[in-house]
Design a protein around this ligand. Structure first.
Ligand SMILES: Cc1cc2nc3c(=O)[nH]c(=O)nc-3n(C[C@H](O)[C@H](O)[C@H](O)COP(=O)(O)OP(=O)(O)OC[C@H]3O[C@@H](n4cnc5c(N)ncnc54)[C@H](O)[C@@H]3O)c2cc1C
Length: 397
């Protein structure tokens, strides 16, 4: 174990991924942002480096690694290309981990095979009228004979248009029209009829992964496509959100990685850049900025690693995942903004990565639960109460 409590294997993994991130991943990052094209070649790199399916159990072809292994890889990748870091999140956490935890044998095999072949699954929760209040979703799955018929609209779905496997959250109704709870349905783009990618959102950052509106129009699926969480459909949303805690830790890790990348650039530049006859890091104003940036990064890293460790043998703890995501996403925005400042006018140029990092990092107080709503989660867990501004499902009971 070293100072951060990493095993020798984890230290090796970290340095291997850092090398990949500094080499071919960094070389493509600006182009991925400019062209807004999904980096399929980076998916191949991740596959070759065995950074996809790290958390998938070995009997399904994965590496049976823990959340922290995935976190170390995501952190290193995100320091040079946040889009590639996010691909590593979604091929190790989120939808795939929900299926691996709650799915039937057949569902697990299918999902693992698709992910290990390079598919980044899409998780479809958010709707135009149900964002933070996700439990208010109106996408519905009606039981008709031995089928479910799904209708509704999701938006801001990461990977919409490139992902094949979709985990779609919907309210489930029995044949008499009684609501049974929320379930997750598996569907495959271009195979499951009625799943339509309708529009790509024009995003501020993270432009190499499409965010899409997806419509479900009489999408007809068999009951075997329904992922039923352990406590059944009544507690389906709460259980699916428990699985989502892994994705939250992953999102926090991308923010952490971006901020670390920006900090390292600023540290280096602060020695190279001279003004008033000396390196700019000899001015105390900038020294204190560097000190504050490093403190935020160390604190964020500790929260993220601890949240990842809390999930050993299950999913990361809800409270720790929320705390990590709030602190890391907010601190990372500040660190990247400060790093950009070190470069003066150059920081504002599209020829350097700082402006891209500033756009990319801005997302993480929003996607995967906003910093405000996650504060409700933290408060609810501390007070052990359902808060009036939440609904069932956001707070595990
Ligand atoms: C890049 C990106 C990728 C995303 N990917 C996915 C994805 O793959 N799948 C998916 O399902 N969704 C995804 N989302 C959607 C994301 O999860 C939602 O945007 C988020 O949950 C917030 O919902 P909203 O945008 O509707 O904001 P709203 O819920 O409308 O919130 C608006 C504002 O009100 C605040 N607010 C709302 N309720 C409360 C409250 N009770 N207390 C205090 N403040 C409150 C919010 O914090 C926010 O500041 C993504 C979003 C982004 C930006």
């Amino acid at each position: 174990m070293n100072a951060s409590g990493l095993s020798p294997e984890q230290v090796k993994l970290q340095s291997r991924v850092r090398e990949l991130a500094a080499g071919p991943v960094a070389a493509r990052a600006a182009e991925v942002d400019r062209t807004e094209q999904y980096p399929w070649d980076n998916v191949d790199l991740l596959k070759d480096a065995r950074l996809i399916g790290m958390t998938i159990p070995t009997q399904y072809g994965g590496q049976g690694g823990n959340w922290l292994d995935a976190v170390l890889a995501i952190e290193a990748l995100s320091a040079t290309c946040a889009v590639t870091g996010r691909i590593a999140v979604e091929t190790n956490m989120g939808a795939i981990s929900a299926v691996m935890a709650y799915g039937s044998e057949e569902q697990k095999k299918m999902a693992a095979d698709m992910v290990l072949a390079g598919d980044k699954p899409a998780i479809c929760i958010t709707e135009p009228d149900a964002g933070s209040d996700a439990n208010g979703m109106t996408t519905r799955a009606d039981k008709k004979g031995n089928r479910y018929v799904i209708n509704g609209r999701k938006h801001w779905i990461t990977g919409g248009g490139v992902s094949r496997l979709h985990l779609i959250f919907a309210k489930v109704y029995d044949e008499k029209g009684n609501e049974e709870g929320i379930g997750g349905f598996l569907a495959i783009r271009d195979e499951t009829k009625g799943l339509r990618i309708t529009r790509r959102e024009p995003t501020m950052g993270l432009r190499g992964i499409p965010e899409a509106v997806i419509d479900f129009e009489d999408m007809d699926v068999p009951p075997s496509s329904l992922v039923i969480p352990p406590r059944g459909l009544k507690k389906g949303f709460a259980d699916l959100m428990t699985a989502y805690n892994s994705q939250r830790v992953g999102a926090a890790t991308v923010a952490l990685g971006i901020a670390e990348g920006a900090y390292r650039l600023a540290l280096d530049w602060s020695e190279k850049r001279q003004q008033f006859g000396r390196p700019i890091n000899e001015f105390q104003g900038l020294q204190w900025k560097l000190a504050d940036m490093s403190i935020k990064l160390s604190a964020a890293r500790a929260l993220v690693y601890n949240a990842a460790r809390s999930g050993e043998g299950g999913f990361p703890d809800m409270l720790m995942a929320a705390q990590a995501k709030i602190f890391t996403s907010e601190s990372a925005i500040q660190v990247v903004n400060d790093a950009l400042q070190f470069f003066g006018a150059r920081g504002y140029s599209r020829e350097l990565p700082l402006e891209r990092m500033a756009r990319d990092v801005r997302m993480f107080t929003i996607g995967g639960g906003t910093a405000e709503v996650l504060r409700n989660v933290v408060a609810g867990a501390l007070l052990k109460k359902k808060l009036p501004q939440t609904r069932d499902g956001w707070i595990r009971d």
